[in-house]
Design a protein around this ligand. Structure first.
Ligand code: SAM
Length: 219
């Protein structure tokens, strides 16, 4: 029942084109990125109803990874032409021989003290020489939802003393360094709030979730 109501909400926003990922795809097209020729990978597919469904039609091919076997039937129904793999994405990443032009890591926010940090450095091994990567970043987080474990992880990963507020420029220092260590450079990047009308709803949202869209190129 709860899932049905959530789906109705997403569908209403979808019909009004109010899903941030659609804005990101349109921005990429404006920048001349040939999405229709690209091979995309969603590393955290869920049921595919939140955002995967919206960006999938932009790409030539899609592969979806998801750990929860309960999601498999929906994924196969929503993406009949996609390659679906059920398993732990971090393990799949280590063993995959896929090469992709676009990766989105739609990691969960709650109960996920590692955010997307464990994707590195393995994510680089599946990228083609030019590739787009979209990460879920959390530049602002309320103390009440920050566990000690996540706080320590954020401090260590971003090399900061303030795990509650991490400006994008500070985050970029880390992603630039990771790229360099792994033979890539960030050509350009932009961000977009993943939450619908975040600025207006700021007071009631405990974590600011921002998509960091990066265009990478092998050095
Ligand atoms: C934010 S949801 C994904 C939403 C999805 N992209 C969509 O558009 O509906 C995050 C998903 O990551 C999955 N997940 C969590 N840990 C995982 C792991 N280690 N490997 C693969 N999937 C995982 C969860 O089961 C959940 O479905």
């Amino acid at each position: 029942m709860v899932q049905k109501v959530k789906n109705l909400f997403w569908d209403a926003r979808r019909s009004l084109k109010l899903i941030p990922i659609i804005q990101e795809m349109e921005e990429l097209k404006k920048r001349g990125v040939p999405l229709e020729k690209m091979r995309a990978l969603e590393m955290f597919g869920g049921y595919g109803h939140q955002i995967t469904k919206d960006y999938a039609p932009y790409f030539k091919e899609l592969e979806v990874w998801e750990i929860d076997p309960d999601c498999e039937a929906s994924l196969r129904k929503n993406f009949p032409d996609a390659k679906i793999r059920i398993g732990d994405s971090y393990a799949l990443l280590k063993n995959s021989d896929a090469k992709v032009d676009f990766v989105i890591a739609d990691t969960a926010l709650s109960d996920n003290p590692n955010e997307h940090f464990r994707l590195f450095p393995d994510i680089f091994r599946i990228l083609n020489d030019s590739a787009l990567v979209i990460l879920n970043t959390v530049p602002e987080i309320q103390l009440e939802v920050l566990s000690k474990e996540q706080s320590d992880n954020r401090k260590r990963f971003y090399n900061t003393e303030d795990p509650l507020n991490i400006p994008m420029e500070k985050m970029l220092e880390k992603y630039n360094a990771l790229c360099k260590e792994n033979g890539f450079k960030i050509q350009w990047w932009f961000t977009n709030d993943r939450y619908f009308m975040y600025s207006a709803r700021k007071g009631s949202i405990k974590r600011r979730l921002v998509h960091l869209v990066m265009s990478l190129e092998r050095l």
